[in-house]
Design a protein around this ligand. Structure first.
Ligand code: PLP
Length: 364
């Protein structure tokens, strides 16, 4: 589904770090942060041990606590909601747009109350949300905007790399992301004040050694993971370009079938990261049939994250039921991610195109 592209260069880089003897957070982490700042054209990049920690720290820096509400789309990975809970605050779930699978300014505004202390949107499948439209709509409320950009590293919004549009952007470098450190996370922002606080939170709340001014955590990445990140960053444009080519071939082959929707990409997305390529079916009967077909043809697939409000622990904690968010539930049940990763051979791509086209042709 998503083979990581790691090899000899990464191995050598890790070996060099191990040989040097300084393996916890040090110079290599700093060096990767500088390279990311340059690549994303953002003033600050703070590397984390994973993308869940970076979301948690994004809320800690705004002092989110018990009694506060944080708005998040239910159609997201569990991390953002859990991060709200770690802070003792309450996640307020919202729907997503059935066309883009992302939230809209109107959906977010409808959930704002006097308790709303932050909004976390998500660039689902690696496609940026409409940052400018959301910023414009939310401006008068003065609520911090955090983007869970875990899937959109290297994507572009209106010809600018994702990472400086909202107050904070949180990224992940988990193994199946477009580039990886095995485990890794990142916060980017243009505010130096926030960046300074985030660095303190990442390192046990210390502003200097053994002087703890806030309740932080150990969110530190290692230098040997950062060494992998440096090698991966060199490849990111190539990886994204290749994924764009694969999705173009899929679009071309599948968009002629009326019984499936290929991904809709709005104009403000000048570069999609194509973390996942999703086909959307009319109902779950046909999407289930499609999944069985793929299994038989030995084509790997992924279903989407189930909506967070339907996770057993969230149902138990907040009393959500089926149909609490019908649009998100329907989206989750009807789309299927098919392989789209750097390093796929033409034979593999053509096989998928051929088999999927046979299925679509036979199931009108
Ligand atoms: C991967 C991912 C995360 C979590 O990142 P980890 O590094 O696995 O903790 C959060 N949100 C989204 C949307 C993701 O895809």
């Amino acid at each position: 589904m998503a083979n990581p592209s790691v090899g000899a260069q990464e191995a050598r880089a890790v070996f060099d770090v191990l040989k040097n003897g300084w393996i916890s957070m040090g110079k290599v982490v700093l060096s990767l942060e500088k390279k990311i700042q340059k690549y994303l054209k953002v003033k600050n990049a703070i590397l984390f041990n994973n993308g869940t920690s970076s979301l948690h720290a994004s809320l800690l820096v705004y002092d989110i606590k018990s009694g506060d509400e944080v708005i998040i789309p239910t159609l997201n990975y569990i991390s953002a909601a859990n991060a709200v809970i770690y802070c003792g605050a309450k996640p307020i779930f919202c729907e997503s747009d059935p066309k883009t699978f992302n939230v809209t300014p109107e959906i977010l505004e409808s959930k704002i109350t006097h308790k709303t202390k932050a909004i976390i949107t998500v660039d689902l499948k690696g496609m940026p949300v409409d940052y400018d439209a959301i910023k414009k709509k939310i401006k008068k409320y003065n609520i911090p905007l955090i983007s869970d950009s875990a899937e959109s590293f290297g994507a572009e919004y209106k010809k600018k790399k994702v990472g400086s549009q909202f107050n904070l952007h949180s990224f992940s470098f988990f193994a199946n992301k477009n580039i990886t450190m095995g485990e890794g996370g990142l916060i980017t922002c243009n505010s130096d004040i926030l960046a300074k606080k985030i660095r303190i939170i990442r390192n046990q709340g210390q502003n200097r050694r053994y002087n703890h001014t806030v309740i932080g955590n150990n969110f530190r990445p290692t230098d040997y993971a950062a060494a992998i990140g440096i090698e991966q960053l060199k490849k990111v444009d190539k990886i994204i370009f290749s994924k764009n080519q694969i999705s173009k071939s899929y679009d071309k082959a599948f968009s002629k079938f009326p019984n499936v929707c290929t991904p809709f990409v709005p104009n403000y997305v000048s570069m999609h990261s194509w973390y996942m390529y999703s086909l959307k079916f009319k109902n779950s009967f046909i999407s289930n049939k499609f999944k069985n077909f793929l299994l038989k043809k030995k084509i790997d697939y992924r279903v989407s994250f189930p909506p967070i409000h339907l996770q057993p622990i969230y149902k138990k904690k907040f009393g959500f039921k089926k149909n609490s968010f019908p649009i998100s539930e329907k989206i989750a049940n009807t789309f299927v991610d098919i392989p789209c990763w750097f390093g796929m051979t033409n034979t593999q791509i053509n096989y998928i195109i051929k088999q999927v086209s046979i299925f679509l042709g036979n199931n009108k």
